[in-house]
Design a protein. Structure first.
Length: 274
């Protein structure tokens, strides 16, 4: 069952998703990926989409980013369709694969999107200055002249985050960006991401299937059911910020994780949320 919008945030609505549905295929074979999704995202917050593999998290993320039109419902940014709002200011995307170009240095991988999106607005010096600033925030100032094969997986993901932020995005969309990394590197990148987010306060929508990651990072977690994906619960995360790693061992995190796990279990039962 879709969750109602949060009245407390009605005056700060940034992204609104209403009754969104998505069906792929044709008459010979149709797959309902999403059903009746309604989500509210407040500007400057960190929101996670949590659900099992195949539930439509990434599909919903692409609808929010305006790169995939739904077959039903609407997605608006400040009252405008997202595809229209993108004309004024782009969204940033970070995926599980950092997708760095092997012949470009760290610095020039970080400026790549600027060169495309802001080609007529910024000179090369300004682009590089912005990229250097973000790479320094990510702890990569000593690696700006390195090539991708000289970087670890975690470092390449830091470059991908800097590259997405370099275009000054309206919102940062992250599709399981740390899913392929080991636990220690993943936790370190979670801390790095929170530190950057707390400094820049860009709106983030983060896709994950990790309960602890969603709880640790987020202001709000939307828990999704198995396909067709629906919102089965909205969790408001009331943990204090900043958040050190030892918070993961706290009773408060355990309580929130228990609620998220219960919602996931409910969402795995198709008949319970049908």
């Amino acid at each position: 069952m879709a969750q109602a919008p949060n009245p407390a945030s009605a005056d700060r609505e940034f992204i609104t998703v209403r009754n969104l549905g998505m069906t792929f295929g044709d008459r010979e074979g149709r797959v309902e990926a999403l059903r009746d999704i309604s989500v509210d995202i407040v500007q400057g917050t960190f929101v996670s989409l949590l659900g099992p593999s195949g539930c439509g998290k990434s599909t919903l993320l692409r609808h929010i980013g305006g790169i995939l039109p739904p077959t039903g419902g609407t997605v608006h940014l400040k009252g405008r369709p997202t595809w229209e709002a993108l004309k004024d200011r782009p969204f940033g995307f970070v995926f599980q694969d950092a997708a760095m170009l092997p012949w470009r240095t760290t610095l020039h991988n970080a400026t790549l999107l600027q060169e495309i999106v802001h080609a007529d607005e910024r000179d090369r010096a300004a682009q590089e200055a912005r990229a250097r600033q973000l790479l320094a925030l990510m702890g990569l100032e000593e690696f700006v002249n390195h090539y991708p094969h000289q970087l670890s997986g975690g470092m390449r993901q830091r470059v991908a985050i800097a590259r997405a932020l370099a275009i000054d995005p309206t919102i940062l969309l992250m599709d399981e960006p740390f899913g392929a990394l080991d636990t220690i590197t993943r936790e370190k990148l979670n801390l790095d991401l929170l530190r950057i987010w707390e400094e820049l306060r860009v709106t983030v929508v983060f896709v994950t299937h990790s309960i602890l990651e969603a709880v640790f990072l987020s202001d709000v977690v939307y828990v999704m059911s198995a396909r067709p994906g629906r919102i089965v619960e909205r969790l408001d995360i009331d943990l204090p910020r900043p958040r050190p790693l030892d918070l993961l061992e706290s009773e408060a995190v355990a309580r929130l994780a228990h609620r998220a796990r219960a919602a996931l279990n409910k969402g795995m039962d198709y008949d319970a949320v049908r």
